[in-house]
Design a protein around this ligand. Sequence first.
Ligand SMILES: N[C@@H](CCC(=O)N[C@@H](CS)C(=O)NCC(=O)O)C(=O)O
Length: 212
Amino acid sequence: MKLYHIPSTRSVRPQWLLEEMEISYDLIRVTREMSLSSEYINLHPQGKVPVLVDEDITIFESGAICTYLADKYLDQGFAPKLESPARAYYYQWLFYAALTLEAPVEQYMFHVLPDLPEQVIPTQAKVRVTPEEAQQWFLKVCKPLNKRLENQHYLVGNRFSAADVVTGGVLLWALKLGMMKQECPVKEYLTRLMERPALKKAAGDLHQMESL
Ligand SMILES: N[C@@H](CCC(=O)N[C@@H](CS)C(=O)NCC(=O)O)C(=O)O
């Protein structure tokens, strides 16, 4: 299995899950030059990371890769079984992280990192909202998570799953950008996730994040 990766990006998410699963994999560091090559565009049509190559399967999108891995190794317990009612909530939080939680964090990032190259962030996609609006928006989308995490440690059935990896990956990014200043159940949850050895291994720069 090969994971195409750039440190401190969304490819930390599948790497974290692979580390949790103790599966051996090759980590391939994608350089800018490589991401523009036709060989790499065959793996990811936008030249982005992550990409997972598992024998004859080549898959991109961090959330999809995590979901694929959790199902492939279902016996490891990183996803509820198909027939379990918990499966519905598992889908809910996976999609919430990727579609709802990540949106304000990405918008905020455009302000914090305004000089991203045009190829990474097209100009018209930048600065749709002010940083203050993005922060307010983020606090709003954290509300359902705060409610969920008030009395439990993990999102689905109080058991760590791939939904925590995808959600935690978005929250790590928010922390790194300085968006998580207030004490709340979501921040406590992220602190708990950051104590996991698998995440420490996947995101080597956690120390920098802890000091934010
Ligand atoms: N929704 C995609 C986003 C992929 C993405 O934007 N990846 C960024 C890193 S976080 C990337 O590869 N940027 C480098 C580039 O665009 O050249 C996912 O979750 O996998």
